[in-house]
Design a protein around this ligand. Structure first.
Ligand code: ZN
Length: 132
C-alpha cells in the first residue's frame, strides 16, 4: 500500500488519533474537496477521502483496517531494511548492483533476476531489501 493511499494519511491523522479528531479532519477535507467547491467536479481526492472516512469513521472497520495494516507492515515477520526502486539502481557491466546492508555485508542484485517485486535476504544478518 502506498503512503498516499493510507487512510490515515488521507485524513491527515495518525493511527492513534482520537475518533473526534478523525471526524474533524474528514469534515474539513470533505468541505475543501467537495464538488461544489471544485466547479462541480467530483475529484479523485474527494472520493478517496470519502472512502477513508467510511472505514475510519466506523469503529469496527477501523479496527479491521488497523489489523490489516499491521500485518502488511510486518510482512510475515520479514525485516525490510530498505525499499529500493529498480529504476534507481545502477548496474555495472556484469548487470549486478551492490547495496550495503546495515551489518556491513553487501547485497548483490542481479538485474536479470529482478521480477516485478523481489525480496533479497542478507547472508549475514536477518535484514532484507525489497526491490520494486
Ligand atoms: Zn546484513
Amino acid at each position: 500500500m502506498s503512503k498516499d493511499d493510507n487512510y490515515y494519511s488521507l485524513l491527515e491523522c495518525e493511527p492513534n488519533s482520537a475518533p473526534e479528531k478523525i471526524k474533524e479532519n474528514y469534515l474539513r477535507l470533505a468541505r475543501k474537496f467537495h464538488p461544489d467547491k471544485n466547479s462541480g467536479q467530483l475529484t479523485e481526492k474527494f472520493i478517496k477521502i470519502d472512502k477513508a472516512w467510511k472505514v475510519l469513521g466506523n469503529i469496527n472497520l477501523r479496527k479491521q483496517y488497523d489489523e490489516n495494516c499491521f500485518r502488511s507492515e510486518l510482512n510475515d515477520g520479514i525485516i525490510i531494511y530498505a525499499r529500493l526502486r529498480k529504476e534507481d539502481l545502477k548496474f555495472d557491466e556484469n548487470l549486478t548492483c551492490s547495496y550495503s546492508c546495515r551489518c556491513g555485508n553487501e547485497y548483490l542484485i542481479h538485474k536479470e533476476y529482478l521480477d516485478v517485486e523481489c525480496i533479497l535476504e542478507c547472508s549475514e544478518c536477518s535484514n532484507n531489501i525489497l526491490i520494486k
